[in-house]
Design a protein around this ligand. Structure first.
Ligand SMILES: [Zn+2]
Length: 82
């Protein structure tokens, strides 16, 4: 399982001499806010599945999860769609 927010914070902290817990928390909040703003543009559309199209559509018009959604949702959330 991967979480894009946690992965981004871990990459940002990599190589730093220290990882102050408050700083790490602030980075996590910022990365979460960014991920949420992108998730608003790439969310599964309710009632878009059918017998012909078993995967839901993304609000961008592609099949969910689209490439962008794969970068901003935790794998745990994506696994319910793939
Ligand atoms: Zn999308």
């Amino acid at each position: 399982m991967s979480d894009p927010v946690a992965d981004a914070v871990r990459r940002a902290l990599n190589g730093m001499d220290y990882a102050d817990r408050q700083y790490e928390y602030q980075m996590t909040v910022a990365a979460t806010k960014l991920a949420e703003s992108v998730q608003e543009l790439h969310r599964p559309l309710v009632n878009s599945k059918s017998a012909l199209y078993p995967a839901p559509l993304c609000s961008c018009g592609k099949v969910f999860p689209c490439d962008t959604a794969r970068r901003v949702y935790p794998s745990e959330e994506l696994n319910q769609y793939v």
